[in-house]
Write a protein that binds this ligand. Sequence first.
Ligand code: NAP
Length: 164
Amino acid sequence: MSKISIIAAVADNYAIGKANNLPWHLPADLKHFKQLTTGHAIVMGKRTFESLPKGPLPNRKNIVLTSIMSEGVNKGYYEADSFDDALFLCDHEEQVFIMGGATVYKQCIDKVDYMYITWIHKDFAADTFFPEIDFEKWEEVKHENHDADDQNQFAYTFSEYKRK
Ligand SMILES: NC(=O)c1ccc[n+]([C@@H]2O[C@H](COP(=O)([O-])OP(=O)(O)OC[C@H]3O[C@@H](n4cnc5c(N)ncnc54)[C@H](OP(=O)(O)O)[C@@H]3O)[C@@H](O)[C@H]2O)c1
């Protein structure tokens, strides 16, 4: 059985995206994302895939959810037309990271047992938001605070949650 987790960077006001991009630039979070996901499978919606500047992320099995199948497999990624199909493609993976966007988080937040959330301590103008988290259902098992610094403009916390 694969470990299936959500991974997301979420602002104080639950913002996650604006104009099909991230509302912030936070290199420490990109590095954290890369460290956690490298060597594993990542599942994302079509819009999130389209937001990646260089296409599929290297050294990871990229699975893109879409109702309009193209030739992804020839271009370094897989396509799935349902969440169950995406998980089927990950059958033999040790770890699967659900990496957004909002439509995908909404579909799976009640199905996964683990979440890696980077809280970004500021409100952002946005058009895309993380679904409401019912903290009665989740136990925080990691909480690592970081101040803003020369390269990271905002304070942030790496949190991990396990379903109770
Ligand atoms: N802060 C973060 O951690 C984070 C992470 C990821 C993304 N984002 C941001 O979130 C925004 C994008 O999110 P979004 O909600 O607009 O789009 P999205 O969830 O990335 O993609 C939506 C598309 O995915 C496809 N899809 C989703 N579920 C499907 C299913 N069950 N079966 C088949 N296809 C499915 C559909 O594509 P078709 O139309 O092709 O059918 C749908 O239109 C961007 O701003 C991005 O930068 C932020």
